[in-house]
Design a binder for this molecule. Sequence first.
Ligand SMILES: *Cc1c(COP(=O)(O)O)cnc(C)c1O
Length: 427
Amino acid sequence: MDFANTQIELAQTLDSQDQLAPFRDEFVIADPDLIYLDGNSLGRLPKRTDPLMQAAIGEAWGQRLIRGWNEGWIQAPFELGAKIAQLIGAEADEVIVTDSTSVNLFKLVVAALKARPGRTKIVSDVFNFPSDLYIIQGVIDLLEQQHRLELIPSGDRLTIAPEAITAAIDVETALVSLTHVAFKSAFMYDMAAVTEQAHRAGALMLWDLSHSVGAVPVDLNGAGVDLAVGCTYKYLNGGPGAPAFLYVRRDLQTALRQPIWGWLGAANPFTFDLDYTPAPNIGRFWVGTPPVLSLKAIAPAVELLLAAGIDRLRAKSMAQTEYLIFLADRWLTPLGFSVGSPRQADRRGSHVSLRHPEAYRINRALIEAEPPALRVIPDFREPDNLRCGVAPLYNSFTDIHRAMERLKTIVTERLYEAYSAERAAVT
Ligand SMILES: *Cc1c(COP(=O)(O)O)cnc(C)c1O
């Protein structure tokens, strides 16, 4: 995409032409002088969520009490799963919302390895989110069956080459477990091509969609994907610690067994049998009593995303990340920044990493500035990434312009030097 100039008027024109612009008003934006570029870590609060939570607490919990279970609570993990399924190209009965992403990954990795006895290799990559790699390492330790984890390397810290994928997946491979959009560089895999490679080798394919769902089109059924997990507090705006989802392809559901045999994953929880029989469907991947209040908070943004349409969201997100990179090239590269994300828009998710040796202090200066200075919230990822997340449902082109201009000022005027490089507990 070509942009004529770096003037704010261009951003304003792009906003005026944006068909999705009205969705911004669906979100709580308490401070107009705070630019939020961290929707890929914790999405903004939808306005509809507040009254919904008030009702869930005051009416459902407060007045209906335990009767609530038969008035929708017990179905919530499935109903919400069916909604999320529409965003990721799955059938309604292939997705359930439960536990955290890490715990869901644990359940599915164990299930997958047990379904491929004799195969000892698990393939992942050096871009994967550490929790995903730790979970796999923990499963290897638990099973004691001489599995080993092989990480596909990256030659350029930005992308994974097709030859490197081909070299890693072989007949020893039980499972290929990858994150679709990398949390640091935003590199995005060709899901269908990699899934086909895994299947050709006889391995199962598991995708982590945490940085994809709600931001880029995903077609799990179209790509023939076996297993997937994903997060709901990022682009799905479900709130801090909102429960995650998992997907198991329908024809695999009864063939797989996950290792946490809780009562709600049983075929008939309320007969209170002394021996476990797993449910004959996606329900067997469920464990225990769901966090009903947290589940309630997930639906509003999923409905907004479905109304906006994932293809329109993706087109806007690509234009916005292109625009961000355009401004970064003009303004920030001369100041020592480099773009830490793929330049090819179709190989990039919805965030852009900007690298700078002082990224940590620059990040603090962006966030902690005193009014009337503009505040900007991106996030920092070691060692030098300033990660700018674009949530096309509520970020405007003007947001991006203002944030990049502020970044330029902070570095030009060396405002970051007033901050310590000592890391906070959560970065
Ligand atoms: C955000 C994220 C997670 C989060 O896992 P939790 O169990 O919710 O802490 C896992 N994997 C990836 C790739 C993520 O981006």
